[in-house]
Ligand binder design. Structure first.
Ligand code: SAH
Ligand code: SF4
Ligand code: F3S
Length: 455
């Protein structure tokens, strides 16, 4: 075991993936070295997610097995970061004496200092929330991060956080409690960071936030020209020369403005793809969820998107079995699926979360009923995904290569569809673009062949 080595296990969303990168970068600056083998590490960090009960259970079960590792190796330091740390930090400290550091979502930038405060006899903790920190997000060097755990961490495709937190308080959701209020970064910092990444060879950027559409609207960002909205930021980022593909996630439908929709027409490198979580097809349930739009509003925006970019791929998130959801409400979600014909979706059984208002609502459904609805939804979504994927058969699409292992290549289209290609030349390395003809469509991916004329 190298006494300076650390291992990070990341749960949850892109926010956490990006936060893990930042922690890795901060630790590397103070002499730590990342390892991919937890058994070799002197420091193990769990960057946790608490969005649903299941996600949180995974963290606690992993902490259970780390207890044994620490018994074998008392020098090992264990750190819990992320959303479970923010919400359940005190409980972790009270119940798990083998944890050395609990670090809230706003304090990852100080991980090295906090770590030096933790000793074998005392657990360090910092969970103070965003009300107490300055209203800006510290700038983290734009150099390609050292953290390397998956395709999106490759040097050609990067996530860039543009805002943190959320002000929406959807009644089922912990994020406003774990991430604090919305804070937007300075546009100049964002643009500089992306410019540096592009100079270093990055060709694809995904702008990241819980609700990117409200960028700049809840806090007047220091030094941003006023008014300056998410559409302005998109236009400024899109101008960066050498940036081939620009994406963003996630969008709240209530804040999807006409100007933002028009960006899909005006900005050539903005990919025709949007993740637009709807959560339910029933206005009654949307109201109970505090989503602040109706299905009619939502469909109007979907129609505008489709008319401006007929090739746009729309994906969504769905919660089934929200408290009080009747069979008729659920059927409205099924109807919405038929109307929009999403290219794909993430769907979940409603899960009670601490502090949220939905946890106190009447009309909870049984696990069996939620399971039945989820299965019915997913079965139909899979069929629709397949039908939509078949629409690409015979067309030639440009993919950005993500992996090429002995000629078995995988890349993504502008619409974010995964394409597998067999017998690709070995010099088609990750980060290059390749035109492929789509020869097979599955539910979750496509198969392509390099088009004639390719080496
Ligand atoms: N900020 C994003 C999503 C955050 S969480 C947005 O607003 O869309 C990702 C998804 O998890 C949500 O879209 C929702 O579908 C699901 N989710 C959140 N809380 C949940 C809960 N308590 N039970 C089940 N699913 C939940
Ligand atoms: Fe959660 Fe709603 Fe905020 Fe998304 S918009 S993070 S679902 S509260
Ligand atoms: Fe999970 Fe926190 Fe993201 S709860 S989904 S890791 S913001």
């Amino acid at each position: 075991m190298n006494k300076n080595s650390f291992y990070i296990k990341t749960f949850g969303c892109q926010m956490n993936i990006r936060d893990s990168e930042i922690m890795a970068q901060k630790l590397s600056e103070t002499g730590y070295i990342e390892t991919s083998a937890p058994d070799d590490a002197a420091l193990i960090i769990l960057n946790t997610c608490s969005v649903r009960g299941k996600a949180e259970q995974k963290v606690f079960s992993m902490l259970g097995s780390l207890r044994k590792l620490k018994q074998k190796n008392p020098e090992l330091k264990i750190c819990v970061a992320g959303c479970v740390a923010q919400q359940e930090g005190q409980k972790i400290i009270d119940r798990m004496e083998h944890v050395d550091l609990v670090i809230g979502t706003q304090h990852i930038y100080n991980i090295s200092e906090l770590l030096s405060k933790s000793t074998n006899s005392k657990t360090a903790i910092n969970l103070s929330d965003s009300y107490e920190i300055p209203r800006y997000i510290p700038h983290v060097g734009g150099s390609p991060a050292l953290h390397d755990t998956g395709a999106q961490d490759e040097q050609f495709s990067k996530f860039v956080t543009i805002m943190q937190g959320c002000n929406n308080f959807c009644t089922y959701c912990v994020v406003p409690y774990t991430r604090g209020r919305e804070v937007s970064r300075r546009a100049a910092d964002i643009v500089n960071e992306i410019q540096t990444l592009v100079n270093g060879g990055v060709v694809e950027i995904t702008l990241l936030g819980q609700n990117v559409n409200s960028y700049g609207s809840t806090n007047q960002v220091i030094d941003n020209p006023a008014p300056y909205s998410f559409s302005d930021l998109l236009a400024d980022v899109a101008k960066i020369e050498g940036l081939e593909r620009l994406r963003f996630t996630t969008s709240h439908p209530k804040d999807l403005s006409e100007r933002l929709i028009e960006c899909f027409d005006l900005l050539p490198n903005l990919c025709p793809q949007i993740h637009l979580p709807v959560q339910s097809g029933s206005d009654r349930i949307l109201k109970r969820m505090n989503r602040k739009y109706t299905i009619a509003n939502y469909l109007e925006k979907v129609e505008r998107l489709k008319s401006i970019r007929p090739d746009i791929a729309i994906t969504t998130d769905i919660i089934v079995g929200f408290p009080g959801e009747t069979e008729a409400d659920f059927q409205q979600t099924m109807n919405l699926l038929e109307t929009v014909r999403y290219h794909g979706s993430f769907s979940f059984k409603y899960s009670d979360r601490p502090e949220t208002r939905a946890a106190d609502l009447d009309g909870k459904l049984s696990e069996e009923e939620k399971g039945r609805r989820l299965q019915q939804f997913q079965k139909r979504q899979d069929e629709i995904s397949l039908e939509r994927n078949r629409e690409y058969l015979g067309s030639t699409l440009s993919i950005l290569v993500e992996t090429n292992s002995g000629g078995k290549m995988m890349g993504r289209t502008v619409t974010n569809h995964i394409v597998h290609v067999e017998r690709a030349p070995l010099d088609m390395v990750p980060g290059t673009f390749a035109p492929v003809e789509i020869i097979h469509a599955g539910q979750h991916s496509l198969k392509g062949a390099l088009t004639p004329g390719q080496p």
